[in-house]
Design a protein around this ligand. Structure first.
Ligand SMILES: Cc1cc2nc3c(=O)[nH]c(=O)nc-3n(C[C@H](O)[C@H](O)[C@H](O)COP(=O)(O)O)c2cc1C
Length: 220
């Protein structure tokens, strides 16, 4: 089959791994991947990485069919990597059916990728409520429609639902929809990847067993 409009050639001509890789010594790292992530994240922010808090959340449905989308990271602490979503969305339904997930960060400016995976646990309702109340008005209005990922036919359906949500929020500005959930991925595996244009990438994986993190270097 022929390439669409020469896309194949365009793809082959595009550069990759062109960022500036900071120093990374996999033999001299913290015991906890949370600490190393915090260090890498701050480095990404300081380097001016574009939207460094955007991450790909991968989930799977009850049959094991995977799906992935970009979300914003909300916090990282001992309880895990936190994000907030609508429980009725596709990802929300998949997490309910199969509470395991993977997060992927890519900071091209630093040629760095981080993969985080493990069980997903719901945060306390107060955390979800605080997240919701801190969201911009448009985000809260849309969330109140509680229909993310559902099909629709007419723009008027969306307009009407947003109008109702807007009135509901005016009447009760502090309301939090029951579907708004905050979750944490509590990883049992975190991999740090430092890319090298010569393909001698540096990879370090942390694995959790018996509440202890062990570290393994991985072949590039
Ligand atoms: C940079 C970026 C940030 C996003 N942030 C969020 C977010 O924080 N929460 C969210 O529900 N969707 C966010 N989205 C939209 C999701 O990628 C996705 O389209 C939506 O959540 C529906 O996914 P689902 O149908 O798999 O449930 C973001 C998309 C991009 C590109």
């Amino acid at each position: 089959m022929g390439s669409i409009d020469g896309l194949r050639d365009i793809l082959r001509g595009l550069p990759v791994l062109k960022g500036t890789a900071p120093e990374f010594d996999p033999l001299n790292v913290p015991d906890s991947p949370v600490e190393l992530f915090a260090h890498w994240f701050r480095t990404a922010v300081d380097a001016g990485a574009v939207e460094p808090h955007a991450m790909t959340l991968s989930t799977a449905d009850a049959d094991g069919r995977p799906s992935a989308r970009v979300l914003i990271l909300k916090d990282v602490d001992a309880a895990g990597w936190h994000f907030a979503i609508n429980a009725g969305s596709r990802k929300g339904r998949e997490i309910a059916a199969r509470p395991m997930a993977s997060l992927t960060f890519y900071w091209p400016e630093l040629v760095r990728q981080v993969r985080v995976s493990g069980p997903v646990v719901a945060d306390a309702p107060e955390i979800a409520a605080a997240d919701f109340l801190a969201r911009p008005l448009g985000s809260r209005q849309m969330a109140l429609t509680a229909r993310q990922s559902q099909p629709y036919r007419e723009d008027s359906e969306l307009d009407d639902a947003l109008e109702r949500a807007s009135r509901a929020l005016e009447a009760d500005p502090d309301q939090v929809p029951a579907e708004w959930m905050s979750y944490a991925v509590q990883p049992d595996e975190v991999e740090f990847w430092q890319g090298d244009p010569a393909r001698r990438h540096t990879r370090l994986r942390y694995d959790l067993a018996n509440e202890q993190w062990t570290r393994t270097r991985l072949w590039p």
